[in-house]
Design a protein around this ligand. Structure first.
Ligand SMILES: *[C@@H]1O[C@H](CO)[C@@H](O)[C@H](O)[C@H]1NC(C)=O
Length: 162
């Protein structure tokens, strides 16, 4: 009887240990963010910026030394312009970036440097315990500014733009 329970405890300990090491090894992250239309063509967010549903974004991780791609995922923004890309695994010593790919809006599909891509950390070694990694907002520039932009920018203290 005593022998059997020692055995049971040992088996339980082994099970627990493998569960814990599995949990530690399987790092899971969620890269979340939003895609906007820069309706005033100013390359920063204003009150008139509009979320873009149905926009394609691409997440890529590359090794720092040889730029080999280690991860590539695509996602489409939801009704409120948000995306959520689940990622598994450690990506330390890598540069991970999410960038805009395609816009569903013909009137708002110009890429611009300021909102084209955003870096995210996908490593738990960086001291961030949170699995949710929020990327800076991304966006496309509208071809024609909205009529309300001139007034809005003037109110914000910017000189009038065409
Ligand atoms: C859209 O995605 C974002 C990010 O995952 C989420 O916070 C938001 O609740 C989603 N909205 C809808 C309408 O599904």
């Amino acid at each position: 009887m005593a022998k059997a329970s020692v055995m049971t405890v040992a088996i339980m300990a082994i099970c627990l240990w493998s569960l814990i090491s599995f949990a530690l090894a399987a790092d899971k992250f969620n890269v979340v963010g939003k895609v906007y239309c820069d309706t005033c063509r100013v390359e920063f967010e204003t009150k008139l910026s509009e979320p873009i549903p149905g926009a394609w974004v691409k997440l890529e991780c590359r090794k720092v030394n040889d730029e080999v791609v280690t991860l590539s995922r695509e996602a489409v923004t939801n009704a409120t312009g948000g995306y959520n890309i689940p990622v598994e695994g450690e990506h330390e010593e890598q540069i991970c970036e999410v960038r805009v790919d395609k816009s569903p809006r013909a009137d708002c599909n110009e890429k611009m440097e300021a909102w084209e891509k955003a870096q995210v950390q996908l490593s738990s070694q960086d001291g961030l315990a949170q699995p949710i990694r929020t990327a800076n907002n991304l966006g496309f520039r509208k071809k024609e500014p909205l009529p309300g932009c001139a007034q809005l920018l003037k109110k914000m203290g910017f000189p009038l733009i065409g």
